[in-house]
Every structure is written in C-alpha cells, then in structure tokens.
Ligand binder design. Structure first.
Ligand code: PBG
Length: 348
C-alpha cells in the first residue's frame, strides 16, 4: 500500500505524528483498540465440597472453588460486566475413561446448573476435555492392553482418536443438558467439532454453540494450569495431539477443518506468544476469534510484578490490548475481573 504522506514532506518534518499524541484526549480520539469487560471470558476451577476457596499457588488470586463459591465468583465477574465464564472440573474420582465428565451429577454439570440458576443471563462455557478426569491425565482414551478399545497396531499409550470422539459427544450432551451455552472442546482430537455438533443436534441441542480450541499448541505455558486442574499427564506429553509451536501454516489447516465441521467460534491458544496465529485466523475467517491468555502468561506477569520488576496492571492491560489488536474478539483470561475493574478505574 502506498502512503502519500511518506514523500519528501516527511523529510522536511511537515508530517509530525506526535501531534496526535499531545494529550490523553487527543490520544483517545485515535485509539484503534479499546478493551471492554465484554471482551473477557473468566476461567473458573470447580471442585467438590462446600465453602472452599483453595488458592492455586502459581496463579495468585485464582482458586479451586466449590460450586457455591464458583457461583459467587461468577456473580462478581458478571457484576463487573464480564459476560461469560468457562468451567474446568476437578472431579472426585478419576478413571480410565474419565467417566465423571459424562455423569450428569459430575462436578461441571452441577456447577453449570448452579450458575445458570443464580445468573440466567451469564454465558456458561464448558471446557470439553478428558485430561482432568482420566487417571492417566491424557485428553481421551489411551491405548492399553486390556483397556477399552485396545488396538494392537497402535503403540501403547497412544491416544485413541475415534473412541475419544464418541465420549466427547456424550459428555457434551450432558453439559448442554445441564444448561451450558457453549461447548469448548480443547483436546485437539481430529474430528472433535463435527462429532460434538452431531451429538448435540441429534439430542435437540442445536441452540448450543461450539467454541473450538482450533489452534492449540503443545505449550510449556500451561504449566500452572496443570497444578490448578490437577491434570498433568502421568506419562509422556501432549505433543501427539496438540500442535508444534514451530508451525504456522498448519494452524490454518486445523482451523479450516473446524470451520467445515461447524465451529461457531475459533480459538487460538496460548495468546501472547501466538499473535501471528491470531492475526492469520482473523484475516482468513469471518467467525468470531477467541484467544486464551493461559496460566503461564498470567503467572509470568504476576511473578515479574511481585519482584517489583514490572507493573502488573499496566503489563496485563497492555498484553490484553495486544491480543485484541492482533484480531481477537474475545479473550479468555484469568485477569477478567481485575481488568474489568482497572478499565472502570481508568475511566474515572
Ligand atoms: C485441557 C486444557 C488445558 C488448558 C485449557 N484446557 C491444559 C492442557 O492442554 O494441558 C490450559 C489453560 C491454561 O494454561 O490456562 N485440555
């Protein structure tokens, strides 16, 4: 694109961009990206019990919450203008197939019902994955001799794709029946969006949307989350199903498949180290784009601030602005409540 102002006049310093930055009012007039609380989705970790707010050490200000406390936390966010929560469950028991995930009395379906009862207008998103529910900590059914769907042609420990799809469909129906507005599959299982869409539609749940973790990378920035959700893989890692951080074109292939399978929202995760991917997805598709500012991003900003090295509020708002500027319509962030408050203060 040619820029007519960048001719000789630039050299003569007749064009002075600083004119637009002289005062806060002038700067506000040309600000291209403005954050608002409605941009945020607030992640909550829900566990069994009552009256529990168990701090997560690597994520200051975040807690494992019993259902009653999750309702209060959702209410506080909603009152600050944050329209949505995404729920992660810490089940009472884990097993080979993660059966608590498709139990209507499981921890997340109970939390969905409680939040929807208390706050019918709040958007409730259910993170749909098996890693919190399986005893091995992987995101689906694992190939084990004697285990369910054992396939002798695949290595032991391999995540069985199609057997997992069936369970994802089943669990999604259970969470949608409990009242979830959006199902957000996060396991990077091939075909997960299509399988969930089909299962929901067959059960009269075609009003429930699917937010796909479409381009999710095998990232070290998920470290603190695994403490929070008690979901570290017991062997190996997730690089058989999550994407290689080195790949950019492949993200567009992953996203294309999810679009064809019927995704309503496309998510990129993590956020800050993957702004190029957010920008690519925004440029290529018209669906709403979400970005997940993950646990390690949150922990990093807190850790530096605690050392007195950076200012938490400013680094957090700057990061969130950058994520939105890159093309995200929605940001899943542990800063949701704080940022909504900060934005309110900034207006005063
Ligand atoms: C579950 C899931 C993970 C996160 C969101 N959903 C962990 C993982 O894939 O290992 C990470 C979120 C965060 O780090 O904040 N599949």
């Amino acid at each position: 694109m040619s820029n007519p102002t960048l001719t000789r006049t630039t050299l003569n310093l007749t064009v002075r961009p600083r004119r637009l930055r002289r005062s806060e009012a002038l700067r506000r007039m040309v600000r291209e990206t403005v954050l608002q609380p409605a941009d945020f989705v607030y992640p909550l970790f829900v566990r069994p019990g009552r009256d529990i707010r168990q701090p997560i050490h690597s994520m200051p200000g975040q807690y494992q919450l019993s259902v009653d406390q999750a309702v209060e936390e959702a209410r506080a966010a909603f009152e600050l203008g944050v329209p949505a929560v995404i729920l992660f469950g810490i089940p009472a028991e884990k097993d080979a197939t993660g059966s608590e995930n498709y139990d209507p009395e499981g921890i997340v379906p109970r939390a969905i019902r409680a939040i929807k009862d208390a706050l019918p207008e709040m958007v409730v998103i259910s993170d749909m994955c098996f890693c919190e529910y399986t005893d091995h900590g992987h995101c689906g059914i694992i190939n084990r001799p004697g285990g369910p769907h054992f396939n002798p042609y695949l290595p032991e420990g391999y995540l069985l794709n199609d057997a997992t799809l069936e369970l994802l469909g089943r669990a999604s129906v259970v969470h949608a029946q409990a009242g979830a507005d959006i199902i957000a599959p996060s396991g990077m299982i091939d075909g997960m969006v299509g399988a969930i869409r089909t299962a929901l539609d067959e059960d009269g749940l075609n009003h429930v949307a699917v937010m796909s973790y479409a381009a999710k990378y095998a990232s070290a920035f998920y470290g603190p989350f695994r403490e929070a959700a008690e979901s570290p893989p017991q062997f190996g890692d997730r690089s058989q199903y999550q994407m290689d951080p080195a790949n950019r074109r492949e993200a567009l292939k992953e996203v294309a498949l999810d679009v064809v399978e019927g995704a309503d929202y496309l998510m990129v995760k993590p956020a800050l180290p993957y702004l190029d991917i957010i920008s690519d997805v925004r440029g290529r598709y018209d669906l709403p784009v979400a970005a997940y500012q993950v646990s390690g991003e949150y922990a990093m900003l807190h850790a530096a601030a605690r050392n007195g090295w950076t200012d938490l509020r400013r680094t957090a708002l700057e990061s969130l602005t950058a994520i939105k500027r890159a093309g995200a319509d929605l940001i899943l962030t542990y800063f949701a409540k704080d940022a909504a408050r900060w934005l309110e203060d900034n207006r005063e």
